[in-house]
Design a protein around this ligand. Structure first.
Ligand SMILES: [Zn+2]
Length: 257
């Protein structure tokens, strides 16, 4: 089990160079997902134009799959307002891009849980794009196009303040229980559920649907002696005990004082 701090540390390097408000939002995203039992890693953050060009070449002039439609200066990654995420599995090492995994066993794909939290934080998700779905991609661009970014336009203080206000509101909501407490609570709920399932299995394994033939007479005797109301649904051990007691003579007339 990674602590929230240990998990966050793994994304530290990828947050360098991002706009500080966007960085705060991503940190909040990691926190809120952690509280839901989903571990998020930021795998890509700021890219230089040269890095973007190298990525663009992949699948075009260089081997590999096409992963971007943007050349240097045409991606929001080049301006510190975009990041890519992936899931970190419970071994604390394996990174996963499987959008269907449900490691926290809440019947929701963990990937979708991240997207849901991201949207609550006001982030745009690349999976919503029509032409080129970019499932790991998150951004916060305030309606600024890459052409405007290239020309030097940046979000206004009012726009940034609106993001900070939303963060503040979520922080206050979250304060009732810390992310760590929520995660511990959820883990506890899972354990209790697992135990309940296990008990159900054990019960059905030991409960006999009817009185076994070898215990029938003992049960009749026990009922006759007034020590047994009903004999159905007993376990194997229960019938064994009744039989032993019967053999010891306990249920014979006068056996019970
Ligand atoms: Zn991206």
């Amino acid at each position: 089990m990674l602590t929230l701090e240990q998990l966050k540390k793994k994304s530290d390097k990828r947050l360098i160079g991002l706009h500080p408000v966007f960085e705060l939002v991503l940190e909040k995203l990691i926190e809120r997902c952690y509280a839901r039992g989903v571990w998020v890693l930021i795998t890509q953050g700021l890219r230089t134009y040269a890095e973007q060009d190298a990525l663009y070449a992949q699948g075009r002039t260089k081997p590999g799959q096409v992963v971007t439609k943007a050349q240097g200066g045409y991606s929001n990654h080049n301006f510190g307002f975009a990041a890519d995420f992936a899931l970190l599995l419970r071994d604390g090492r394996t990174v996963s891009w499987d959008t269907l995994r449900d490691d926290d066993k809440d019947s929701l794909p963990d990937w979708s849980e991240v997207v849901e939290e991201a949207k609550k934080l006001g982030l745009e998700w690349g999976g919503d794009w029509g032409s080129f779905k970019d499932m790991p991609h998150l951004q916060m661009v305030f309606g600024i196009t890459t052409a405007q970014f290239r020309a030097g336009k940046r979000p206004t203080q009012t726009q940034l303040n609106a993001v900070l206000a939303r963060l503040n509101k979520l922080n206050m909501e979250d304060e009732e229980m810390t992310a760590e407490e929520k995660a511990a609570f959820k883990a506890l709920q899972n354990t209790v559920q697992k135990q309940a399932d296990r008990i159900k299995v054990l019960e059905s394994a030991t409960k006999l649907s009817k009185v076994p033939a070898w215990a029938e007479q003992a049960c009749i005797n026990a009922k006759g002696a007034g020590v047994l109301d009903m004999a159905n649904d007993g376990s194997y051990d229960f019938y064994r005990l009744i039989t032993l007691l019967d053999r010891s003579g306990l249920f014979k007339k006068g056996g019970i004082a």
